[in-house]
Design a protein around this ligand. Structure first.
Ligand SMILES: [Zn+2]
Length: 271
């Protein structure tokens, strides 16, 4: 009797253990499945512009100023740039800064050069300090960045442009170089960033490097945007430049990042 009782108890125990195992395995699989499912959804959202567009339409929490509306054009058909000293200044192939414009608060950011030319690292004060924080943030995560090219004077852009015209021809120059006065580098709010690990090169493959990925994921936290995104060429009229970051401040940079917008799309600019 005692033995049979033991056997029965053993059988019952085995049943409990097996049932528990089945339940645990089932629960874990369900959790895994749920996680996988979430990942798939996240990927779809990231890749689906239509979904992003809906988010933009529903999010009117941040308005960009409308002082970009101007119809005044110069003899080359380029629109004048207003609000030159704003962090949100809009300079592009259609909108030109006054000849010789130079910001009056250019400084050298306090960052390790890592092979950069110090003279080329200048930015406007607020942007320079944000860049210091950006580089420190990258460093804390284990990545070393280089500030390859920041403020560029009008005269320097004239020289560059003319040199490109002479050596590469008109078609190439118009596609890849900014007409003097239309380079964002003249605002003192832009920086071309690379890394020693990538030979400090300014090439599209930078985005495939760990440093390039870090920059794409975190620049907005410090007030910078990737100014010429891969899928916004029609809006910016610039080829993809994963290295060119532009300071707009944390609030606007985060908004543009979250809503997947190029600066041109957020501006209520009138031509
Ligand atoms: Zn640039």
């Amino acid at each position: 009797m005692a033995r049979r009782g033991n056997r029965r108890r053993k059988k019952a125990m085995v049943r409990i253990v097996v049932t528990s195992l089945v339940l645990v395995v089932g629960a874990v699989s369900a959790l895994n499945y749920h996680h996988k499912d979430e990942n798939v959804k996240t990927m779809v959202i990231k890749k689906d512009d239509k979904v992003k567009t809906n988010i933009v339409k529903n999010d009117d929490s941040l308005h960009f100023p409308d002082y970009y509306k101007t119809t005044k054009k110069d003899e080359n058909g380029l629109l004048e740039v207003l609000n030159i000293d704003s962090n949100l200044v809009l300079v592009n192939k259609d909108r030109k800064l006054p000849d010789g414009y130079e910001p009056d608060d250019l400084i050298y950011p306090s960052i390790p050069l890592n092979g950069a030319v110090k003279e080329k690292t200048r930015m406007r004060s607020e942007a320079a300090h944000a860049l210091e924080k950006l580089f420190a943030g990258a460093s804390a995560d284990g990545y070393t960045l280089t500030a390859v090219s920041g403020y560029r004077s009008y005269d320097r852009q004239v020289a560059l442009y003319n040199n490109y015209l002479a050596t590469r021809g008109e078609e190439w120059t118009k596609a890849y170089s900014a007409y003097p006065g239309t380079s964002e580098h003249q605002t003192g709010l832009a920086m071309d960033v690379s890394s020693p690990a990538f030979g400090n090169a300014l090439e599209v493959d930078f985005v495939k490097t760990a440093e390039g990925k870090w920059l794409a994921d975190h620049a907005h936290e410090y007030g910078f945007i990737i100014r010429y995104p891969e899928d916004k060429v029609e809006k910016t009229h610039y080829h993809y430049e994963p290295w060119h970051i532009r300071y707009v401040g944390v609030k606007y940079a985060t908004y543009l990042y979250n809503n997947h917008l190029a600066l041109e799309e957020a501006m209520p600019a009138k031509k």
